[in-house]
Design a protein around this ligand. Structure first.
Ligand code: SF4
Length: 326
């Protein structure tokens, strides 16, 4: 049966407009630093989708230097002025031009800080500018307060050996600057090795979280992956019902965390509505609806198997790394 899920149910679009970036971060997973999306994807192929969307997340590379970002926002807004945009940016060039757009049309701005000090930021980020990023973040916070904008301001932090000791200071900085949510991420190849320090940082972060002083996400998966704590797991995920993820090759899946096995097809050869209701889409939707997260990534399904010497970190059904037991 086709079209069991009409396109109008699709409310969220996550799109990667290119790989180009003006920085290089130690944990960056992109080897490609040049590719750009074919503008035909957002000029034509996504046209039927815009009227139904409520929210779009724009990612790169670095979206503020990608040639398509401004045009894409204008096209989508011209077809649906109610769309609100999110952006994941390193913040270095997030100047008043961008903050004006996002204070007016934004859902969220996520600035990747990954540190709480210039020293650690410089260790992690080649070609970064700590002062500029912090001042852009402050300007954004002030502007949205004055405008009484509903924009959410988030800051993210990939936890590494280099910055592990700054988790707490990062949370303090976030509160000082007026960040609404601190988001902790991990790279499974660069998980922090000091479990004692991580446990201490997590304990303080949980305490702050439960006080309600700031919203914090990402603590549970880190705890499960590094400290081997049982992961309570997801109760449910709605992404296969209302979200689509498109990368700069035109590949379509429900979510960026599903990996290659979640790719439904490519917009260069198939239509969006065809992919949204393809056999594969129906199957993945069925599995996730029935709480089968076996295709899902380590944020949603961190799990490990112990033997005497190692802890195997598994993702998407494959063993990725063996960590020595500490
Ligand atoms: S990885 Fe799976 S469970 Fe996690 S958000 Fe994506 S679709 Fe949902």
């Amino acid at each position: 049966m086709r079209n069991v899920n009409p396109l109008r149910e699709l409310k969220f679009l996550h799109i990667v407009l290119g790989a180009a970036c003006n920085q290089h971060c130690k944990m960056c997973f992109q080897s490609d630093k040049q590719s750009l999306i074919d503008p035909e994807i957002f000029r034509q192929k996504l046209r039927p989708l815009y009227p139904f969307l409520t929210s779009v997340c724009i990612q790169g590379g670095e979206p503020t230097i990608l040639p398509s970002t401004g045009e894409f926002i204008n096209i989508a807004l011209a077809m649906n002025p109610f769309i609100r945009f999110g952006i994941v940016t390193n913040g270095r060039l997030f100047d008043s031009r961008w903050s004006d757009i996002f204070v007016r049309y934004g859902d969220f701005v996520n600035i990747s800080l990954n540190a709480a000090s210039k020293k650690i930021y410089s260790d992690i980020t080649i070609n970064g500018d700590w002062e500029k990023v912090i001042s852009n973040l402050q300007e954004l916070s002030n502007k949205r307060r004055k405008a009484k904008s509903k924009l959410k301001v988030w800051a993210s932090f990939v936890v590494l050996d280099d910055n592990l000791h700054e988790m707490q200071a990062f949370l303090t900085l976030c509160r000082k600057i007026g960040v609404d949510k601190a988001r902790f991420f991990h790279d499974w190849k660069l998980l922090p090795s000091n479990g004692i320090l991580l446990a201490e940082q997590l304990r303080k972060a949980y305490k702050l979280k439960s006080s309600g002083a700031i919203e914090i996400e990402g603590l549970e998966s880190l705890e499960a992956l590094v400290l081997r704590k049982p992961f309570s797991g997801l109760a449910y995920c709605t992404r296969p019902l209302n979200q689509i993820f498109i990368d700069y090759f035109g590949n379509v899946s429900f979510c960026c965390l599903l990996g290659e096995r979640g790719i439904l097809g490519n917009l260069h050869s198939e239509s969006l509505s065809g992919l949204w209701n393809s056999r594969k889409a129906l199957e993945i939707r069925r599995r996730i609806r029935s709480k089968d997260f076996s295709l899902c990534g380590t944020y949603c399904k961190p799990r490990g198997t112990f033997d005497k010497k190692t802890f195997s970190l598994a993702c998407d059904g494959h063993t990725l790394i063996d960590l020595p037991i500490q």
